[in-house]
Design a binder for this molecule. Structure first.
Ligand SMILES: Nc1ncnc2c1ncn2[C@@H]1O[C@H](COP(=O)(O)OP(=O)(O)OP(=O)(O)O)[C@@H](O)[C@H]1O
Ligand SMILES: [Mg+2]
Length: 384
């Protein structure tokens, strides 16, 4: 296992982008931050980009909050936690979907008038929640922006992925998002045609369009007109969307981008980890390692469990009861067996997929501060 931890360390050291993926609730956000802490300790300028709407990461990093702007974890925060100040720089950012949409529109819309119209459109206002894949797409826009940044360049970007079982959807998010806004039906509706002597989009010509009249009966003509305005305002942005999506795809396929599959060493999550790895491998993405978090710790280390007779002896010497010795012994034995089973499942998985598999122990408390992140970092890399 020590070799697997070293392999993970080397993979992080060589990477420019690390994507943390895996099933819900396994520790993706905490692990992303612990990896960032590790990279900063080795002298790199690293950002952890999270999509976690819970404020857990902000708390763990000792920040009152994290927003769409990069926040530096200060020297003081490390000193206050009694931890060594990293040689590099650790920053964090929480993706705010609405603001990233706004920034994308402001930065990339070619037409100032339509840009304003778009930003004020009622549908646009709810786009971030209404459009499937919007969150994942915006993560890709942000990744593009950060990796293309010329001023104050970053050595490493660690991307935490959303709490969803379909987190891998973000790989397809750019094309899905573009399809949703720019498909044949949209083009047909927006296609200019001549009605009563003037050129108008089909959808705009609310008076004469059968589609509008029929749909309008259910939704109201105004709503449809606003939708049409939204779609029409997006015209002119699609080429940019496509270009950046292509560039993100190149970044994701780059040899300095690695995916880490985070999961847990139990049957269900192990199967999910395998599925994530298979899907990534099928798409030719580089998987750097599998991280199995919250593993049981063997109370006996490498040595066999202490016999029940020995436990009885010690307890009765202290005036304790035999039943207490029995219960303690079986609890210790159970923990030993669980830890052993998890270690052998991890080893079997590693042999099967030919990848480093790192077991990270269950900590005795939640990861809610810098100290907790440092404990998790040690769990990941041991005494490296
Ligand atoms: N090794 C560990 N030991 C103890 N607690 C842990 C460990 N790793 C993570 N946790 C705790 O588990 C909870 C879930 O962790 P986290 O938020 O990082 O998971 P996640 O995969 O990002 O979840 P989601 O899919 O909801 O985004 C948190 O309360 C965190 O503190
Ligand atoms: Mg999370």
């Amino acid at each position: 296992m020590a070799e697997d931890r070293q392999a993970l360390d080397r993979a992080i050291a060589a990477a420019r982008v690390v994507m943390c993926v895996g099933p819900g609730g396994v520790g993706k956000t905490s692990t992303s931050a612990a990896l960032a802490l590790h990279a900063a300790a080795t002298g790199r300028r690293v950002i952890v980009l999270t999509i976690d709407p819970a404020r857990r990461l902000a708390n763990a990093l000792g920040l009152p909050e994290i927003g769409n702007e990069e926040r530096v974890i200060s020297k003081l925060a490390f000193e206050a936690a009694g931890l060594p100040v990293p040689k590099g720089r650790l920053t964090a950012m929480m993706l705010d979907i609405k603001r990233t949409w706004d920034e994308t529109v402001l930065r990339h819309h070619p037409d100032p008038e339509r840009r304003e119209q778009l930003l004020n459109n009622r549908f646009y206002q709810t786009l971030s929640t209404a459009l499937a894949g919007s969150q994942e797409y915006m993560a890709m826009e942000k990744l593009h922006e950060l990796s293309a940044r010329r001023h104050d360049p970053l050595d490493l970007i660690i991307l935490d992925t959303p709490p969803s079982t379909n987190a891998l959807d973000f790989l397809e998010a750019p094309s899905k998002m573009i399809d949703a806004l720019d498909n044949d039906a949209t083009r047909w509706l927006l296609e200019p045609y001549t009605a009563r002597g003037r050129v108008t989009a089909r959808l705009f010509d609310a008076g004469s369009s059968l589609v509008i009249r029929t749909l309008g009966r259910f939704t109201g003509v105004e709503v449809l007109q606003e939708l049409a305005e939204l779609l029409s305002c997006f015209q002119g942005m699609f080429e940019g969307f496509r270009q950046r999506a292509r560039s993100v795809r190149t970044t994701l396929a780059d040899e300095r981008t690695i995916f880490l599959v985070i999961s847990a060493p139990r049957p269900g999550p192990l199967a999910e980890a395998r599925a994530f790895r298979d899907r990534l491998a099928a798409d030719h993405f580089r998987v750097g390692a599998l991280i199995l978090n919250r593993a049981h710790v063997d109370p006996f280390g490498a040595s066999p469990p202490v016999s029940i007779d020995r436990i009885r002896e010690v307890i009765s010497a202290k005036g304790g009861e035999t039943s207490l010795a029995d219960r303690l012994s079986s609890a210790a034995d159970l923990a030993h067996r669980l830890a052993k089973a998890e270690a052998s499942a991890a080893a079997a998985l590693g042999r099967e997929v030919h990848l480093p598999v790192v077991l990270v122990p269950e900590l005795d408390r939640d990861v809610h501060d810098l100290k907790g992140l440092e404990d998790l970092r040690r769990g990941l890399f041991g005494s490296l």
